[in-house]
Design a protein around this ligand. Sequence first.
Ligand code: BG6
Length: 510
Amino acid sequence: MNATSDNLHQVAIPEPFTLVVFGASGDLAHRKLIPSVFKLWCDGLLPEQVAVIGYARSEKSQQQFIDELRESAGNAFADQGVDFPQNKWKKFAARVSYHQGGYNIAADFESLRDSIKSQAAAASVAANCVFYLATPPDAFVPIVQQLYACGLSRRGETNPWSRIVIEKPFGRDLQTAQTLNAQLGECFSENQIFRIDHYLGKETVQNIMVLRFGNSIFEHLWSHDNIDHVQITVAESLDVGRRGKYYDNAGALRDIVQNHMMHLLSLIAMEPPVTLTPDAVRNEKVKVLKALRPIPPVCAKNGVVRGQYTAGTIGGVKISGYRETENVRPKSGTETFVAFKVYLDNWRWAGVPFYLRTGKCLQRRCTEISVHFKRIPDVLFNLPPYGPLPQNVLSIRVQPDEGITLEFQAKVPGAVMKIEPLKMKFDYKSSFGASPPDAYERLLLDAALGDATLFTRSDEVEAAWRFVAPVIEHCSQDCCSMISEYQPGTWGPAAADELIQADGRQWYLG
Ligand code: BG6
């Protein structure tokens, strides 16, 4: 998001820079990063002289690296149903190189620095750098320290500039996140650090602010005066797959709630920012996180539903139980599903419950936020024989089938008065003619432009941990270690339904 109004509709092209991808042999680099950089380059959104350096520990030749990238970029384009532009790839591949090195070896970083400088000099451009850390988290600190030691972090310098992009997990709890923030802060200043959460790059997530603050009809309804409750669902149909080692140490609370769901919650609940500058937007998001009412230990026990999928099938495909997954402890107590209710202790949202649920191996993939308006008074149509009538619901479908639905009541045509709920739908594909671009394209472009609006600030990460870490801690204590099993292909444990039904409500998907 660019802050100035006169260039909002233009797409800015960053200055020439070198993108260094640490962890270049990994899945993320292959599946997402390189295809996204190539797509941006093909669309003319990156400077011609952009240089891409893949940095990883494995030994491989330049040609081998390029061949591997060609294959994964080809797959990514095929998945999106887009023809692969082979002629453009040839030109792009000429800008890609491979640098083999350790993550804590000074000499390897010095030679990286020298090749960045010589490539930039040969192209007569400034040696600006975006360092993308697509590595396991234990490599984050060694890498930033080595970048600092070899003079590539360029703290406080703007010509040439350096930025780092860091993937999650950003700490395991508040203390580790604070330590990591402090260690990064010794080598890079906060405005050089781009903590990525790919949910913020999704078009539908960016549209939450436009929906709320670009229209006059919603904002005056957006409070406890008119809203009964809000639901946020992040449902996945996939299992943990080959990520057992990472996942078993994370669980749904760390993997999804602490980051993706906290962003969705803060965007839906925030106050209008004064401007669209990165700090103005993030200040408002942080205030929401700070207003989250802590879940006390006794409520974590009774009010946080944690589940784990068993063996079963989804759509005829056999799924092994979570505990049988490779690299998962056979008696693991890690949750693959979680549901709970939270309140925001501020004026706007006083007394309005927010119900959150997320899980793996659920009936279908669906991320949705639904805003449920208060019931109409018990008069007129809300009395028998017509009522009680359902509530109006505004639902924002983040993915798939991206769109927005408004549910309201209408008279069924005919001589008798019969009222039924109807859905008014906006669908991205039919309105804009295409599916939204991959989130990584937008985020990579913003990092290269230096626009941090869609990245997480240090205090935002810490505020999210301040709420989530105690929940994890209480849940993992012996007395609270209850974890319910659920069948793949369902909507999670029955206890999740009971949680919301106890308040006289139902889970909703528009
Ligand atoms: C990642 C999580 O951050 O998000 C994964 O680590 C999860 O476990 C993924 O599957 C979901 O992303 P998306 O874009 O498919 O909703």
